[in-house]
Structures are given as structure tokens and as C-alpha cells.
Design a binder for this molecule. Structure first.
Ligand code: ADP
Length: 761
């Protein structure tokens, strides 16, 4: 376990000045965002005014911010009651990374760790303390709480208090008792993604909320694409889909109903060369933990899992969720699918439906009925409720109109008529005429004697030599190469359509042949239109973060994450990488403008990302910073150049100096000339980038992703040299230094001139 509660103090903020910040400043300074999402601002205001809150917002809507921001603004610390250890660890890890003092208390702490956290709580070190509900009656915790300055109590996943919810946790029922022990009742804020009236009523009553401010935000997640497929061969479809996502560098979850299916799907993907891990309750604790970590830390991009996986997972860069089986209800489906796209990126939720799934779901409902600890009457009520939910889920799977509308209506909202971001809406728009290509395919099948499989046919059409076939044989076919340039999955898609419509049929050995239904199409008497599943290719290609630069920035992020032993999304969310790759900021101001970049993140990581952007621009021959330099509002490099231009009498040292020392000399002189706008960091970056452009130094990354610079063969030409030194930890690193000639050269690059320092003569 990472020991998050004892990170070095200097990395964390004191929180003293936060009371003076308004909610917008806290949002920007700590989280790097400019705008609140729907509902956040109102909830924060209610908490601030001392009113209890019940917030019902879908997964990924940003519930955490609703209590984290007031916690930062109020004196004391917030107690956040959270049901799962991994959820707490994720949240605390992300907060600490943002420079916010937070800790958790749960069964994963040793006795000495527990006392250290309790002690820190008593001293008011933290702003947020996450607690497992089972800990609320521990004497040591209660004693501390009674004497501490608790700003608010937040109940996360508040539906756990209700037996009508998905995840009833009896220990949640003890929360009011804990609150009653406190000398002064703090504000209580409860949050959940479960919207049913019964659950909300339970939360209100069982938590003893006092006339709470209630807010139910829209359940729509616009960035999620919903699709239902009914593939003839789920495994084939799964491999194709997951393979495509992985090629695009995307990370995702494949949910299956049973452990057996989880094992089989994981095995299948691995066999097809797709690295994958599995997760279900039948695995040992160690394997579950390891597999979960491999997924969270992006060591493996795909996890196959039962619904045991996910509730505690805060991974924001999950960009696809595939349900290999239909879940038992829409509540579960929406919650699981909703684990995609938490960072706001366009993400896919694909449900693979087959009638067999209904049988499995019925079996699971009956099993839980038989094993239920409830009295028979109540158990029967629950069973009937579950069956009704199952049929609603089946109806979703078979629904032919907008899927999003169906979901929203189910959760009691008015659905949009046509969302344009689900398979039913998109397919209508993407109906393609496949007559000519179908003719080519069927002609090839016919001319080659109806004795080959689809792969062979596809190879011939694309002008590739199928395995085991002679050149002469292939080239003698008039259909050889007539679909040159088409991709294989497109041809497979059309074949699937032809097969499902009975125009071609396949023997047991895979050989395809034509049926009588094929004739009208071959003779041009009938046209064929189809909605091809290769539409996924079209959609995924719209994701701008698939660009080469995004991939390079992700690689930089992954190395930094490995170095810090945190998941990649804790360093920067995928949405931030996307924005960086689109806007390519290379100046402080433009970098800070990216949503999700805080001052702390800028200070820690900007160097590495900016260097990669500059390197990329250089390789592409893109004039560096052209776009930014036009923007007068920015402290762009050209503006700085302008400020520096003509600056005289900068002190030149007779000794070798580092780049930072040289920059300090420049800034001292600039300030004397009343030019105070230049930041040392930007200046340093600008000089290094220019020197690297000219080949006098080179950017290198070590295995841990740390950016450093090296001298090149040309360095000595202008007086740049380097030597090895050791830091206080005994690690060796390269120090690059600049002699007087090199200092003059650097000044000259920006139109400045120097003078020898008097003392150094
Ligand atoms: P929930 O708890 O509702 O599932 P989270 O609180 O985990 O959702 O938030 C999901 C993601 O949305 C996080 O990556 C978070 O940083 C981001 N987020 C939250 N509020 C905002 C905002 N106002 N602007 C941009 N991103 C936000």
C-alpha cells in the first residue's frame, strides 16, 4: 500500500489562506478548472450556508468536488464516509497529488499508522479525512472526533444505507449515532448516483438529514456513446472491438456476468495477443489486488471482470466499457457503463446482447432469492422488483429508437428524441449502400469455386496472396485486387451482413457459398443497404487524442507516473492530454490555461510536456511557438524576446555557470530596467529550447521519465560543457555549464549583450 498520509509536508499546502478564497478560486487553484459542472455550485453554496445536502448525480458528474471545495474553504476538516478501501485510497492519492492534505482511516492501516493519522487529525493537519463506516464506532476515532474541528460530514455512496439500493451496507446505519456523539452537529452532505425515490427517501430518513437542500442533476452523460450489438459470434466481435481500442491506446473494462465468462474472455483476448487481466470474487486477494493495480496503473489496458470490479475504482481514463453479457438491470448497467469517460473524453459503452443473457440474469435473481436472508414475503417482493427491472433491461437491449432517451426516461427524465450519439441514432445516419462491394465479394466467392473461407476471399479481393495459394492461381482470378485498399474488417462486416440476410452461407469448414438470394443482387436487380459495425472506426477516428503527439505526451505521462508510483491519470487526466495535444502550449500562460492544470501540476510537470511538444514540433518542421507569439495576451516567447531585445550590460561570469544562474543574471538586469514580467522558468525553457533547436544540447528521458539535457558534439563549439555530480541522495546527474563565450552566445541569440563582471574581471 502506498503510504499517502505521510507525504513530505513541503509538497502540501497549509490551507490557512484557503478560507480567503472563493469557490471559483479554489476550483481553479486546486483543481485547475474554470467552470463548475451542473449542480456543483448550488451544492457548494448550500453547504457553505450551513444546510444539509442530498446530491443525486450520475457517476462521473463530479460529486467529489461538491464536498472537497467546501472542505477547503471551511476551517477544520471534513470527514468523508466512504464504503470501499480502494475508493478512499484513490481519492486521497489524487488529493495529495493536487497538494491537498488528506488521509484515510480503514482496516488497511497498521496500528502505528492509525495513531499517526489520528494524531494528525487532532492537530488539524488535514482538510479531508476519509473513513470506512465500520471505523465510526471505534473508540479512538470517536474520542478524536469529539475534540476535533470537524467542518462537515460527507456520506459518499449514500445509497449504501438503503436496503432498496444496490449495495446495502449495514454499517452505514451507524452514521447518525456517530454524528449524535459530536458536541456540535456539523453540516451533513450525502451523495449518490442512485436516483430512485425509495432510496432517496431512505437516505433522508435514515441519515436524519435536516430539511436538506436536494439536487438531482441530469443523468445524461453526453460524452458516452451507447451501443447494443447482437453479434452472431460474441467472441469474434469482442476480439475485434477490444483489439481496435487497444491499438488506439485506449483502456477499458469488459464486464461478464459469471466468473467462468470472465476467465474465458480474458483467456481469449490473451490468446489473440491482447494483454488482459481478470477480476472476480473467486480469485485470491493478492491476484485481485495485483490485477486491479495493473489496470489502474495502465500496465495492462484491459480488464475482464464481474460486477465485483469497479465500485471503488476512480480511474478516470477508462474509455470503453463492454458488457459481454447483459446485466440484470439498468441501474447496474448505467453505473458500470458510466465508469467510462469520467474525465469527460468521448468514450464508448457497448452492450453485447444475446437471449442467453436473460437466462443467466434470471438464474442470478432466483439464486439471490433462494439465498436471501429476508423473510419470505419481503424476499418475494424483492424478486418481483428484480424481475421487473430485468425486463426493462431486456427492452433496452432490444430497443430500436434512441438508447440514451430510453435510459433517461427510465431514470425519470425527459429523454431527447435523437441523441446522435448512440448506435440506434448513429446507425440511421450511417446506412450505407453496399451493393457494389457485395457484388464484388459474391463474385469472388463464385469464381473461386465456393470452396474458401472469408479470410481467403478477403485476401484475394484486397490483392494479397492467401496463405498456401500460388501466385498464378490468385492472379488468374479476375477479382484479384479489385478491392485493393479496403480494410479487412470492412469486408468481414459486409460478409456478416450477407450471411445474416441469407445471401451467402458458410459450411462447417468455413467455406462460403452463394444462395439463390444472391442472384438478384449479382444481376443488379436489387440494391443492398446496411449499417456496418465498422462505423466504430469512423467514430474512434474522431477522437483527436489518438494523434501522434497525444501518444507521445501519454508516454511522457506514463513514465512520470511510474516514477511516482501513481496511476497515470493521477498525473494528468486523458482529457488534459487531449487538450495539450490540440493546443500545444509551450508557454506558462497557455499551459496554465489548459483545464485541469493547477499551479502545482505546472511546476512539477510542465517542463517535461513542453519539451516533448517542442521536440515534436521540431521534428515536424513546425515553426515553434508561431501561434502563441501572435497572441499578445500571452507571455509568449516572442514577447519575452521583445522584452529582452536590446538589454545591455548583463553580467557575464568568468566562471562556468548553470543555465539557472545565467537566467538570474538576465532577470536581475531586466528588473533594473523595470521589466518584471519575465518568469525565470519560461526564460530557462526558452533558452534551452533554442539551444536544442540549434543542436547544442539534447533532451533525454531516463527510464523513469525524467527529462534531462545532455551536451552534444557541437556543445564545445560555443563553450558549453558538462560533468557528473552527485545530489544529496547520492544519485549522479549531469550538470551542464556555460563559460563566458557560451553566456555571450546565449545572450546574442535574444539580442542581448553582456559585460564582464567587475569582481571576476
Ligand atoms: P463522481 O464522484 O460523481 O463519479 P468525480 O467527482 O470522481 O465524479 O469526478 C469525475 C471527474 O470529473 C474527475 O476527473 C474530476 O476531476 C472531473 N471534474 C469534476 N468537476 C469538474 C469540473 N467542474 N470541471 C472539469 N472537470 C471536473
Amino acid at each position: 500500500m502506498m503510504i499517502l498520509w505521510c507525504l513530505p509536508r513541503q509538497r502540501l499546502r497549509t490551507g490557512i489562506s484557503d478560507a480567503l478564497m472563493d469557490k471559483y478560486e479554489v476550483l481553479k487553484n486546486y483543481f485547475g478548472y474554470d467552470k463548475f459542472r451542473q449542480g456543483q455550485s448550488e451544492i457548494i453554496d448550500a453547504v457553505e450556508s450551513g444546510r444539509d445536502v442530498l446530491g443525486v448525480m450520475p457517476t462521473g458528474a463530479g460529486k467529489s468536488m461538491c464536498y472537497q471545495i467546501p472542505a477547503l474553504m471551511k476551517p477544520g476538516f471534513a470527514v468523508v464516509i466512504s464504503p470501499l478501501i480502494s475508493l478512499m485510497q484513490d481519492q486521497v492519492r489524487s488529493l495529495v497529488e493536487l497538494g491537498i492534505r488528506a488521509a484515510y482511516i480503514n482496516s488497511s492501516l497498521s496500528m502505528s499508522q492509525l495513531y499517526a493519522v489520528i494524531n494528525n487529525c487532532a492537530q488539524g493537519i488535514y482538510k479531508l479525512v476519509y473513513v470506512a463506516p465500520e471505523r465510526l464506532d471505534s473508540e479512538v476515532f470517536v474520542n478524536m472526533a469529539i475534540n476535533a474541528d470537524i467542518s462537515m460530514i460527507c456520506v459518499d455512496e449514500a445509497h449504501c444505507i438503503s436496503q432498496w439500493g444496490q449495495d446495502f451496507r449495514p454499517s452505514y446505519l451507524g452514521i447518525p449515532e456517530f454524528i449524535a456523539k459530536l458536541p456540535k452537529r456539523p453540516v451533513v452532505a450525502a451523495f449518490t448516483a442512485t436516483a430512485t425515490d425509495k432510496v432517496r427517501e431512505d437516505i433522508r430518513e435514515l441519515l436524519h438529514l435536516s430539511s436538506p437542500f436536494e439536487l438531482v442533476t441530469g443523468f445524461d452523460r453526453e460524452n458516452l456513446y451507447f451501443e447494443v450489438r447482437q453479434p452472431a459470434d460474441k467472441n469474434h466481435d469482442l476480439v475485434r472491438l477490444v483489439g481496435k481500442y487497444c491499438n488506439d491506446g485506449r483502456s477499458g473494462i469488459v464486464y461478464c456476468s459469471t466468473r467462468k465468462d470472465v476467465e474465458a474472455a480474458c483467456e481469449l483476448l490473451r490468446e489473440r495477443g491482447i494483454p488482459c487481466v481478470r477480476y472476480h470474487a473467486g480469485l485470491s486477494d493478492e491476484e485481485r489486488k495485483k490485477n486491479q493495480d495493473d489496470f489502474i496503473y495502465d500496465r495492462v489496458r484491459v480488464i475482464t471482470a464481474t460486477n465485483a470490479f469497479g465500485m471503488g475504482i476512480d480511474k478516470s481514463n477508462v474509455s470503453f466499457v463492454i458488457h459481454y453479457n447483459m446485466p440484470k438491470d439498468l441501474e447496474s448497467y448505467y453505473q458500470e457503463a458510466g465508469r467510462a469517460g469520467r474525465d469527460g473524453s468521448q468514450s464508448d459503452c457497448i452492450l453485447m446482447y444475446s437471449p442467453r443473457d436473460t437466462v443467466i440474469a434470471r438464474y442470478l435473481i432466483d439464486k439471490s432469492y433462494e439465498e436471501s436472508a429476508l423473510g419470505s414475503e419481503e424476499a418475494e417482493k424483492v424478486r418481483q422488483r428484480d424481475m421487473k427491472r430485468l425486463w426493462d433491461m431486456v427492452n433496452y437491449s432490444k430497443n430500436t429508437s434512441c438508447l440514451r432517451s430510453y435510459i433517461l426516461r427510465y431514470f425519470g427524465e425527459k429523454g431527447v428524441y435523437n441523441c446522435c450519439n448512440c448506435s440506434n441514432c448513429c446507425k440511421g445516419a450511417e446506412l450505407s449502400d453496399i451493393t457494389v462491394d457485395s457484388q464484388k465479394i459474391m463474385s469472388c466467392i463464385f469464381r473461386s469455386g465456393e470452396q474458401h473461407n472469408i479470410k481467403w476471399v478477403s485476401d484475394i479481393l484486397r490483392g494479397e496472396l492467401p496463405q498456401g495459394t500460388q501466385h498464378e492461381e490468385a492472379e488468374s482470378l479476375s477479382t484479384f485486387g479489385i478491392m485493393n485498399g479496403a480494410n479487412e474488417s470492412y469486408i468481414f462486416d459486409i460478409c456478416e451482413t450477407l450471411r445474416s440476410r441469407g445471401l451467402i452461407s458458410a459450411e462447417n469448414n468455413g467455406a462460403v457459398s452463394l444462395t439463390a438470394k444472391a442472384l438478384p443482387v449479382l444481376r443488379g436487380q436489387m440494391t443492398l443497404n446496411a449499417r456496418l459495425s465498422s462505423d466504430i472506426t469512423a467514430r474512434t477516428s474522431r477522437r483527436s487524442d489518438d494523434s501522434e503527439l497525444a501518444a507521445r505526451l501519454r508516454a511522457v505521462r506514463d513514465k512520470l507516473a511510474r516514477k511516482q508510483r501513481v496511476p497515470a491519470y493521477v498525473i494528468l487526466a486523458d482529457s488534459v492530454i487531449t487538450e495539450l495535444s490540440e493546443k500545444k502550449p509551450v508557454t506558462e500562460r497557455s499551459f496554465m490555461d489548459i483545464q485541469g492544470i493547477t499551479r502545482a501540476k505546472y511546476d512539477r510537470y510542465a517542463d517535461s510536456f513542453i519539451a516533448e511538444i517542442l521536440e515534436w514540433q521540431k521534428e515536424k518542421g513546425i515553426p515553434v511557438k508561431t501561434r502563441q507569439s501572435r497572441d499578445q495576451s500571452e507571455k509568449s516567447a516572442d514577447v519575452i524576446r521583445e522584452m529582452l531585445n536590446g538589454l545591455e550590460d548583463i553580467e557575464l561570469s568568468a566562471k562556468d555557470v548553470t543555465i539557472s544562474e545565467l537566467c538570474s543574471n538576465i532577470i536581475v538586469r531586466a528588473k533594473e530596467k523595470h521589466e518584471k514580467r519575465i518568469s525565470p522558468n519560461t526564460l530557462r525553457m526558452m533558452i534551452l529550447s533554442r539551444l536544442s533547436d540549434e543542436g547544442y544540447i539534447r533532451n533525454v528521458y531516463d527510464d523513469a521519465g525524467h527529462l534531462s539535457r545532455e551536451t552534444t558534439q557541437r556543445s564545445a563549439d560555443i563553450g558549453i560543457s558538462s560533468y557528473q555530480v552527485k545530489n544529496s541522495a547520492g544519485e549522479s546527474f549531469t550538470r551542464i555549464v556555460y563559460n563566458t563565450q557560451a553566456q555571450s552566445y546565449v545572450l546574442g541569440l535574444f539580442g542581448m549583450t553582456g559585460k564582464a563582471a567587475d569582481k571576476q574581471g
